[in-house]
Design a protein around this ligand. Structure first.
Ligand code: ATP
Ligand code: ZN
Length: 613
């Protein structure tokens, strides 16, 4: 695992040839066709690769890695004229290195398969004329023409035609979506049938597809904390083991023993397989439309014991609707209130503002422009409309503004949005938002796997919060929160020792997502802002992704532990004991090493095919 960097196809072939040549040298030496002096050339040729990576590790990471242990072992065998031992051990070691490189490359190739699908040239309509354009020359605003069987090259909007689109490349969901004029399409998705005219809105590196690609490359380069730990252990243990081996030599003068110990004793093998696990897991997750932005999140998510959910847009669909309007001040008609409310909320893109605007739209109520407009986050909006002061928002907002004419209690499972005209309460809009599919199933699953606490956080009022959390089966909730409060709650939980995952929509929960141990954002394909603050991004707009992400992370960490057990148990404990009992010599030690590497790699690669639902 010392060479974690990817090999080019040529280098691959070259390393393979190296193994064959070393093997041939071994065979002809065994058959007494060549002399030991000539065999040395073969050994040098094979050792070159090991020494190179060994020295690189020593210089760059200041660690005495496995390659150096092996190099010393092989050189010692030669010095003691154990030529056959030297070449066979070298051969096994090279094969083991090769297997581990192949595993990394194999795991990564399935990521690339998902990503390298963009066409190089596309047909563009320009002033009524069609011409073929290289994808590099595409600009926003270009009209791209697409036929059945082609991959969408840009993010854009359909302006003509229609078709069945497979978005698996981004969301992992291979069910076809029928899309027609006005719908959004994304680079990397595939058109199964139809023909489309797409107006490009984002091209090149700005598309979601390219940004996912960039984030994945970045994620691959971030090590798991557990790997940092094993590396740190290796730095100290390496020299210590070398000294022990030296002592064994001084005491026993048994060079065979020393060589075997060197082959099995390298502490760097503790980290064997972690790199493959990381890449296989990232790749497997990507196929489900789950983006781990680094190995650290993969590891951290497996340890999470407390889940915090945002309500609006996360546990609920995030598309609230006004269900009714209650008039409080009979001076106003329904139409007047809707008109004033829509005017005041017209400058706001909060989902509740949008709900009030579409309520007005459905009734074909036109509204005048507003002035002196301002938003109080998590509370409401204020504006002047037709020379009147209009306030729309929750109860705290009305209290802050000393609004009079308040009803004693407003008990409803729906969210009450108050409208005050000239600081006097005039009416109440009742707004409700459907609960997302799979919300209560998810909470049940979290309970089943022993997540200790699940908490719902919301800026909404306590009545609605209680109603929604009960419906979903969440026992704990906090209401009336401002965006900053969500961050403080996460900090409090962390201070009490919890490892917190926050699931949110990241539009207004960005700070909370960043501050949690793992921020999970949902629905990135619709809302690109969702890709920023979180550590785990669910491209698919579905809550099931949360559980899938946990499953992948737990499985990966278990695999890492299994790998460690194989390494420690097989190599360090059983192997070294057998060596000390003189049952196992250097050649067998190298074979045991090869076996361990093969087991670990197979075990890790298995993650590519794990079932997650
Ligand atoms: N533009 C607005 N128009 C009317 N009411 C608003 C507006 N903005 C906020 N509010 C009120 O403030 C409350 C809290 O808003 P906030 O944006 O913090 O939470 P939310 O996104 O609705 O819910 P959650 O915190 O669960 O995501 C809303 O429930 C609503 O009552
Ligand atoms: Zn929210």
């Amino acid at each position: 695992m010392s060479k974690s960097t990817e090999l080019l196809p040529m280098e691959f072939l070259w390393e393979f040839i190296r193994i064959i040549i070393v093997a041939l040298f071994g065979v002809v030496y065994y058959e007494h066709i060549i002399s030991p002096e000539i065999l040395l050339w073969g050994v040098a040729f094979g050792l070159y690769a090991l020494i190179k990576t060994g020295i690189k590790g020593l210089v760059r990471k200041r660690k005495i890695g496995t390659p150096l242990f092996f190099t010393v072992a092989v050189v010692l065998s030669l010095v003691c004229k154990e030529y056959l031992v030297g070449i066979v051990a070298l051969l096994f070691i090279l094969i083991a290195e090769y297997i581990s490189i192949i595993s990394v490359t194999f795991a990564r190739s399935s990521i690339e398969k998902l990503q390298d699908t963009l066409p190089s040239a596309v047909v563009v309509k320009h002033k009524g004329q069609k011409r073929k354009v290289s994808i590099i020359d595409l600009r926003a605003g270009d009209i791209v023409l697409l036929k059945t069987g082609e991959t969408v090259p840009v993010d854009g909007e359909i302006v003509g035609g229609g078709g069945a689109i497979n978005e698996a490349a981004i969301t992992g969901d291979s069910a076809c979506k029928i899309k027609t004029s006005g719908a959004k399409v994304y680079a990397g998705t595939f058109m199964n049938a139809g023909s489309l005219d797409i107006e490009a809105t984002k091209v090149g590196s700005d598309t979601i597809f390219s940004r996912v690609h960039a984030l994945v490359s970045d994620a691959e380069s971030k090590q798991l904390p557990i790997k940092n730990l094993t590396d740190r252990i290796a730095v100290w243990l390496g020299p210590a083991i070398l000294i022990c081996v030296g002592v064994v030599y001084v005491m026993t003068r048994d060079i065979q023993l020393v060589i075997s110990l060197l082959i099995l004793g390298s502490p760097a093998q503790l980290g064997l397989g972690i790199g493959v696990v990381k890449i296989a897991a990232i790749s497997r997750a990507l196929r489900e439309g789950i983006l781990f932005k680094g190995g650290n999140f993969l590891e951290e998510l497996a340890r999470v014991d407390t889940f915090v959910f945002d309500k609006a847009g996360t546990l609920t669909v995030g598309k609230p609707r006004v269900s009714r309007l209650q008039i409080v001040d009979s001076k106003f008609s329904e139409e007047q209130l809707i008109r004033l409310a829509a005017a005041a909320d017209s400058g706001c893109d909060h989902p509740i503002a949008k709900a009030i605007l579409s309520y007005a739209g459905e009734r074909a109520i036109a509204y005048p422009p507003a002035s002196d407009f301002y938003v109080v986050k998590g509370r409401g909006v204020a504006a002047r409309v037709d020379e009147q002061a209009v306030l729309i928002g929750n109860r705290s907002f009305m209290n802050d503004k000393s609004v009079s004419g308040f009803l004693a209690t407003v008990n409803s499972t729906e969210t009450a949005i108050f409208i005050a005209i000239n600081y006097k309460l005039a009416g109440i809009f009742y707004v409700s938002d459907a609960i997302r599919d799979g919300a209560s199933e998810l909470i049940k699953l979290l309970n089943d796997i022993g997540i200790e606490r699940v908490i719902m956080l919301t800026g909404d009022n306590p009545e609605t919060a209680r109603f929604v959390s009960r419906q979903i089966g969440i026992s704990e909730h906090r209401a009336n929160l401002l965006p900053g409060d969500k961050v403080s709650i996460i900090h409090e939980l962390q201070e009490s020792g919890a490892i917190v995952a926050m699931v949110g929509d990241s539009l207004h929960d960005a700070a909370a997502l960043k501050n949690a141990n793992v921020g999970i954002s949902i629905g990135a394909i619709e809302m690109q802002a969702a890709m920023e603050g979180a550590g785990v991004v669910l491209m698919k707009d579905k809550l099931q992704g949360v559980f899938k992400a946990i499953t992948i992370s737990k499985r990966s960490i278990n695999t890492i532990y299994q790998n460690m057990i194989v390494c420690v148990a097989l190599l360090h404990i059983v192997g070294i004991l057998l060596v000390l009992m003189k049952i196992v010599g250097p050649m067998e030690a190298a074979a045991v090493h090869l076996l361990a590497v093969a087991l670990v790699c197979l075990n890790s690669i298995k993650l590519l095919r794990m079932k997650v639902s």
